[in-house]
Design a protein around this ligand. Structure first.
Ligand code: HEM
Length: 329
């Protein structure tokens, strides 16, 4: 397969020029008279070729140099890119374990399915809802898919409770996610910083008040959506067991909280995680679990300090290639 560099001049082209130049050289230096030419004509041809040779050879050489220079430049660029990528990877820390990432993926896949099938049921009179439902295969398939998403959400919710009790990392994170008075102070300080009344942002640990709010909003939302959803699902049993007014309240709560949850995800969660200017056009932490050391230092400075003291991450001097004090004793 021929490789054609960006300048349009391939290795095969270079070889063809060398071959043609070789042939011309051979002809020009040959004392034979080519058939059909007189001796004078052959001598004139030899002179013309000899005149043209240095020009063609120089052109060929220039082209070859250009090809090689371009290739070398591209190689250098590729190596530089590779070095930057490796340096970035080496300076990343794991924020979300694989275990948490899988839970998060199941959670958001179920939520997306529930939103895109639930909203057309809520706004069934709109033409867009009709189009979405027929895309899924009609109202009954949409209802079925909604229930499938509900099963996914319920199972992952139950599993997360199990994870928060049975796993050390789950217990640690759950403890750190419990709201404290400090979060209210942080929220106030952050607002004062935003309006220019404080010079410094508050310093956060593993979870800021924003992340805690995000987490508990999902918890609260799941309790409301799952309990009201099952009442809607098993309508007759629910009316027989709890009465019609409970069913009506559940329907209202399910319908309103669905809209609130959708807006909270699209506005609050997406802005904080993906669309804020530091992260735009998006964060890949949900996929690879990583954040850069710089992000870690800036957004979770108290946790970074804990990691540094326990030797889990290099300090600034070490990251810059300097030996930490006392290491050279
Ligand atoms: C993120 C979570 C969820 C969202 C956004 C959501 C959204 C919705 C919406 C907008 C409706 C239409 C309500 C109306 O008619 O005004 C609905 C109906 C319904 N939802 Fe959900 N839902 C969620 C979770 C659940 C869960 C967990 C269950 C079950 C455990 C569930 C079961 C149902 C049922 C049975 C209906 C009635 C469907 C029908 O009429 O065919 N939903 N949902």
């Amino acid at each position: 397969m021929s490789t054609t560099p960006a300048n349009g001049w391939s290795q095969q082209d270079s070889e063809a020029v060398i071959r043609a130049t070789d042939e011309k050289l051979r002809d020009a230096l040959s004392s034979d008279v080519p058939p059909g030419l007189t001796t004078e004509e052959a001598a004139r041809l030899r002179r013309t070729l000899l005149d043209a040779l240095p020009r063609e050879a120089a052109q060929g050489a220039r082209r070859l140099c250009h090809v090689f220079a371009t290739d070398r430049e591209r190689l250098r660029e590729a190596e530089a890119k590779q070095r930057t990528r490796l340096a970035r990877e080496a300076s990343a820390v794991e924020r979300l374990s694989l275990h948490l990432r899988v839970q998060h993926m199941i959670l958001f896949s179920s939520c997306i399915l529930l939103i895109i099938t639930g909203l057309p049921i809520k706004f069934h009179e709109s033409a867009v809802s009709g189009a979405v439902m027929s895309l899924f295969g009609g109202p009954s398939v949409t209802g079925f898919l909604h229930r499938a998403g509900a099963v996914g959400l319920t199972l992952i919710g139950l599993y997360h409770i199990f994870y928060s009790v049975a796993f050390r990392s789950g217990r640690r994170d759950f403890g750190l996610l419990i709201p404290k008075l400090q979060d209210a102070k942080d929220a106030l300080r952050q607002i004062l910083y935003f309006i220019g009344r404080r010079k410094e942002r508050p310093l956060y640990g593993r979870f800021s008040y924003i992340e805690k709010f995000d987490y508990w909003a999902v918890y609260w939302g799941m309790v409301v959506m799952i309990s009201s959803g099952f009442i809607l699902w098993f309508k007759e049993a629910a009316i027989n067991g709890f009465g019609k007014s409970i069913y009506d309240i559940a329907r209202e709560a399910h319908s309103d909280e669905a809209l609130l949850a959708t807006l909270a995800i699209v506005i609050w969660h997406f802005y904080n995680v993906h669309f804020n200017p530091k992260r735009f056009p998006g964060s890949l932490t949900w996929w690879n679990g990583k954040i850069t050391v710089d992000e870690f230092k800036e957004e979770h400075p108290l946790e970074y300090e804990e990691w540094r003291l326990s030797g889990k991450v290099a300090g600034e001097q070490e990251a810059a290639g300097e030996a930490p004090p006392g290491d050279n004793a």
